[in-house]
Design a protein around this ligand. Structure first.
Ligand code: DAH
Length: 350
């Protein structure tokens, strides 16, 4: 192999060894650069005769072209490899399943509250909302609940900062304070009618929301829900309570032959008072009496605290447990499941 052929071979080998375009440019400079081997050889031509220059020049040129050819080939090969690597790195597997966004849904108790609001809404009841931190006045005193009533014990209630030392604020233990809050607003709105001796539009409201007690087991949670109902006018009787609540329960449970029982009871803010039990005629709970609400005719002292004359205004109230209604409707036996936040449980109600 002559010297020029050897040079071409070594250039080709050097180019093949270059793994990156930058390496290749360095290798190229060794042969074709300003002080590369080919350039050096060209410079050497000056010392030769005309005849020798011709043949030697032609031979060097041929070698140069061969090296350039090898360079182009290697450049192309590196560019191809780079493209392949990029294609591989950015490859899309169109057969992979798509990423799905989980579908949310309302909490089962929220579904119940929506149902309660819809049913009572259809019977002309407004929906009112009130504070969960409540004063002693609204939670107890205004509701005719005496100071020595056991519900006021520190052990039964969560007391919070605010209020007075004798009557601290607390997390409301029931939604009944909304009877007073709503009625007072209503009376204020219709003050002119009342002062003029004109009839005031009836108070017809439900007040659903969170309530709190120091209680925790399979059927009690420190936070739970209640929904208060209040209907006050000049001519509202226990008969209306029975009618309204029976209609509500039958619609809520989609069961026309559901039976209700009003069992005498005691609450400080109603007189007379009754516990309301329901009885399904079919299904797994058929035949059992299940307590769903407390109720009664609003006590005259409470009517007075609403700003109304108990000689003229009369009505009824009830308080029910939406959590319990949800358990009965869906056949859930542990209340705590509703508040554990386990999506596997909650997703069943979507
Ligand atoms: N507030 C009562 C409780 O939490 C429930 C209740 C009973 C509400 C009778 C009422 C009622 O409106 O009339 O146990």
């Amino acid at each position: 192999m002559n010297e020029l052929d050897a040079l071409v071979e070594s250039a080709r080998a050097g180019f093949v060894q270059a793994a990156t375009p930058a390496d290749l440019e360095n290798a190229k400079a060794q042969y074709l650069g300003k002080s590369g081997r080919i350039t050096e050889l060209m410079k050497g031509l000056g010392a030769l005769s005309v005849e020798e220059k011709k043949t030697r020049g032609a031979a060097i040129n041929q070698a140069k072209q061969a090296i350039e050819g090898a360079l182009t080939e290697r450049r192309q090969a590196l560019a191809d490899a780079e493209l392949q690597a990029q294609l591989k790195a950015e490859a899309l597997d169109v057969t992979l399943p798509g990423r799905q966004r989980g579908q949310g849904g309302l909490h089962p108790v929220s579904l119940t509250l929506e149902r309660i609001e819809a049913i009572f809404g259809s019977m002309g009841f407004e929906v009112a909302d009130g504070p969960e931190i409540e004063s002693d006045w609204f939670n107890f005193t205004a509701l005719n609940t005496p100071e020595d009533h056991p519900a006021r014990s520190m052990h039964d209630t969560f007391y919070v900062e605010g209020g007075s030392e004798k009557a601290p604020n607390l997390l409301r233990t029931h939604t009944s304070p909304m009877q007073i809050r709503h009625a007072v607003q209503h009376v204020k709105r219709h003050r002119a009618d009342l002062d003029a001796g004109r009839p005031m539009p009836e108070i017809r409201v439900i007040a659903p929301g969170r309530t709190y007690r120091v209680d925790s087991d399979a059927t009690h949670s420190p936070m739970f829900h209640q929904c208060e109902g209040l209907w006050v006018g000049e001519n509202v009787s226990f008969k209306d309570l029975k009618y309204v609540f029976t209609d509500f329960c039958r619609t809520f449970f989609e069961s026309d032959d559901l039976v209700l029982r009003f069992r005498p009871s005691f609450f400080p803010f109603t007189e007379p008072s009754a516990e309301i039990d329901i009885q399904f005629q079919h299904g797994p709970l058929a035949g059992r009496w299940l307590e769903v609400a407390g109720s009664g005719q609003v006590h005259p002292n409470v009517v007075r605290n609403m700003g109304l004359d108990p000689e003229r205004y009369i009505g009824f109230a009830f308080g029910m447990g939406p959590d319990r209604l949800t358990m009965l409707r869906y056949g859930v036996n542990d209340l705590r499941l509703f508040f554990d936040g386990d999506v596997r449980f909650l997703a069943q109600f979507r």
